[in-house]
Design a protein around this ligand. Structure first.
Ligand SMILES: *Cc1c(COP(=O)(O)O)cnc(C)c1O
Length: 244
C-alpha cells in the first residue's frame, strides 16, 4: 500500500474533493443534466486506512475498495468515520463474506454464481445488499463483466434472489483518448439501464430500482456524466498519485 498519507494533509483531500465536485457540477450544467444528481465515489483502494479515513473526514461520503484483503484491514475504520463502502474490484468467491461485512453495495457482480453466493451469505448474516451488474461494454478480453446481451438476464436473475437489490449497472470504460469510442461504451451502458427501466415499467421484468450508472474515472468523468453517469469513481484526482 502507498505511504503518502503523511505527505498528504487533510486540506489537500478537501481541496481536491472541491475541484472534482466542480468538474462534476460544471459537466452536469454543460450537458443539460439536473444539478447534484451525480454521486462522487472516491476509490480509496491501495491507500492505507489513515489516508482513506482522512479523505472521508475531508468530505468523501462514498468510497470504493477493490481488494477484500485491504477491506478487512480498513473496513471498520472507514465505517466508524461514516463512509458508505462499495466494492469496485473483482470479488473472489472466498472473499465474499468480507464484502457482506463491510460493504453497502457490490458493484462488480458479473455471474449468477457470485450473486447466489452473496445472497446465501446475506441470509446467514441477516443483511440486505445492493448489487450492480458489471458489464464489459468495450468487449476487451482483459475487462471483467458480462457481455451487454447477457446483462439484463443476469440482472433479473440476481434481483430474484433473496436479500439482493439490483440498483444499476457498472462498467470500466475503454482506456483511450478517443472520446467517441469511450462515450459509445458509456452510451451502451445507459441504453441497457434504460431498457431495464422501460421493460420493468411494462411489467415484463422486475428491475425498477436498477437506475444507477456507475461509470467514469479521474480522466474521463466528463464523458461519462454527459452519457448519464449517476456515480463516478474517482481515485487519483482525489487521493493523489501512488508512488509505489
Ligand atoms: C481505481 C479505480 C477507479 C479510479 O481510477 P482513477 O483513474 O484513479 O480515478 C475507478 N474504478 C475502478 C473499478 C477502480 O479500480
Amino acid at each position: 500500500m502507498a505511504d503518502l498519507a503523511a505527505a498528504t494533509p487533510a486540506w489537500d483531500y478537501a481541496a481536491r474533493l472541491t475541484e472534482v465536485r466542480a468538474r462534476i457540477h460544471t459537466t452536469e450544467y454543460t450537458s443539460g443534466r439536473a444539478a447534484s444528481h451525480v454521486q462522487l465515489l472516491v476509490a480509496t483502494k491501495a491507500w492505507d486506512a489513515d489516508a482513506a479515513v482522512a479523505a472521508v473526514r475531508a468530505g468523501a461520503v462514498l468510497v470504493g475498495e477493490s481488494r477484500m484483503q485491504e477491506l478487512e484491514v480498513k473496513g471498520a475504520a472507514l465505517r466508524a468515520a461514516g463512509a458508505r463502502i462499495h466494492v469496485i474490484g473483482q470479488l473472489q468467491r472466498n472473499k465474499a463474506a468480507t464484502a457482506i461485512e463491510f460493504a453497502d453495495c457490490v458493484q462488480t457482480v458479473d455471474s449468477l454464481a457470485l450473486a447466489e453466493r452473496l445472497s446465501r451469505l446475506c441470509a446467514e448474516a441477516e443483511k440486505n445488499l445492493d448489487v450492480m451488474i458489471q458489464v464489459n461494454v468495450s468487449g476487451e478480453d482483459s475487462k471483467a463483466g458480462v457481455a451487454p446481451r447477457e446483462a439484463l438476464r443476469l440482472a433479473s436473475a440476481a434481483q430474484a434472489l433473496p436479500f439482493l437489490t439490483v440498483t444499476g449497472f457498472m462498467t470500466i470504460g475503454l482506456n483511450s483518448p478517443d472520446e467517441e469510442a469511450v462515450r459509445a461504451g458509456y452510451a451502451r451502458l445507459a441504453a441497457l439501464r434504460d431498457e431495464a427501466l422501460i421493460r420493468s415499467e411494462r411489467g415484463e421484468i422486475d428491475l425498477r430500482e436498477a437506475w444507477e450508472l456507475s461509470m467514469g474515472m479521474s480522466n474521463d468523468l466528463e464523458w461519462a456524466i454527459a452519457e448519464g453517469a449517476t456515480i463516478v469513481r474517482v481515485g487519483t484526482a482525489v487521493m493523489g498519485h501512488r508512488t509505489r
